[in-house]
Structure formats: C-alpha cells, structure tokens
Design a protein around this ligand. Structure first.
Ligand SMILES: CC(C)(COP(=O)(O)OP(=O)(O)OC[C@H]1O[C@@H](n2cnc3c(N)ncnc32)[C@H](O)[C@@H]1OP(=O)(O)O)[C@@H](O)C(=O)NCCC(=O)NCCS
Length: 166
C-alpha cells in the first residue's frame, strides 16, 4: 500500500473488476489510447489477471488508485514490457487512467510521483503519450520524466512522445 495526501494506492484484487469496467468502458477515457473501450466484465477480469501476473513475475504492475474513503477512482503504475517499441525493449512503462470526474485535480501526478518514489531503485522507467494527449504529456513531465523523442505508433500510425525517468 502506498499512501499520499489524497490517495491510497494498492494492488488490484479480483473483486475490483466492476469498478475497472466502469472506468475502462468509457470512450472518453480511451480517446487518446486505441479507441477500444472495454466491452465486458470478462475483459476487466482478464486485465486484472494480467496485473496479478505482472506483480508476481516482475514486481510491478498497474495499481488501483482509491480516495481516502476507499472509492476506486482509477489506476496508475508501471508495466514491464519486453515488446520492441521505439527501438527499446525491457522497460517499465508508467501509465495511468482516471475516471473523468477526477481529471484536472493533479491526481495522476500525485499518484505517479508516489509510485516513482516507491520504485526509485528501478532502472529503465519510461513514459509514452500520444502527442495529442496534452494532459498525459504534462503528467509525465510534472512527475520528473524527461522527453527523449517522438516515434510513430505502429498500431494507429499516430505520433507518440517517449520520456525517460532515469
Ligand atoms: C491523463 C490523465 C490521467 C491526467 O490526469 P489528471 O489527474 O487530470 O492530471 P493532472 O491534473 O495531474 O495534470 C493534468 C494537466 O493537464 C492539463 N489538462 C488536462 N486536460 C487537458 C486538456 N484536454 N487539454 C489541455 N490540458 C489539459 C491540466 O490542466 C493539468 O495541467 P497543469 O499541471 O498545467 O495544471 C487523465 O486525463 C486520464 O485519465 N485520461 C484518460 C486516460 C489516458 O489518456 N491516460 C494516459 C495514456 S498515455
């Protein structure tokens, strides 16, 4: 459990699937991703299982972000990737998604900073954001990542910015 001024950040649990679905089935949340919001609880359960695998295999993973009243408001965290992206591989990607009613309050930055601090001994932490996703680019910069380069996402043909933490 990581605690910040406003947030509780913990590993996903199987029981979180409805809350996760509620977040990730919203097209607004997927606007700068691949425009493929979740369509079923089964997808949400699969996603949580993938995070449980990340915790076990790599000691990282996306984490549930809750307010101090224990309400699920989104997720944030590192994902280990051995895919080749932007000519890099074996990196930890910082990501986050929040419910729209939580946007614009500095929550993604607060969660990201706490997570980066928790994992401060880890090398090869990066962040990727569509150039169009102004909020996400700002979060990465405010969390201390440094812009490295632009590259074309092979899946949607759009430009992404690549950032590194260390
Ligand atoms: C990206 C996301 C997590 C940002 O969360 P957040 O808690 O609102 O971020 P913060 O409040 O910490 O910072 C956002 C910054 O972007 C700005 N911003 C937010 N929306 C914006 C928009 N549509 N256009 C321009 N700037 C915007 C905010 O004003 C703030 O700027 P500031 O620091 O200068 O005040 C949230 O928008 C989200 O969940 N989006 C959908 C999922 C997503 O795109 N994830 C990232 C994939 S790479």
């Amino acid at each position: 459990m990581i605690e910040t001024k406003r947030l509780l950040i913990r590993k996903f649990e199987s029981k979180d699937f409805k809350q996760l679905y509620n977040l990730d089935s919203n097209p607004l949340v997927h606007k700068y991703l691949y425009n493929s919001p979740m369509k079923s609880y089964a997808e949400a359960k699969e996603y949580i299982q993938a995070q449980l695998n990340q915790y076990e295999n790599y000691g990282v993973g996306r984490l549930a972000v809750l307010d101090k009243k224990n309400n699920f408001i989104g997720w944030a965290g590192l994902k280990f990737s051995d895919s080749m992206i932007n000519n890099k591989t074996n990196f930890y990607d910082l990501g986050y998604r929040l419910k729209p009613n939580q946007w614009g309050k500095g929550i993604a930055t607060e969660a990201s900073k706490a997570i980066l601090d928790y994992y401060k001994n880890l090398k090869n932490i990066c962040g990727i954001a569509s150039v169009e996703n102004i909020a996400s680019n700002k979060v990465l910069i405010k969390s201390g990542l440094i812009y490295v380069n632009k590259f074309i996402d092979p899946i949607n043909g759009k430009f992404n910015n690549w950032y590194e933490f260390n």
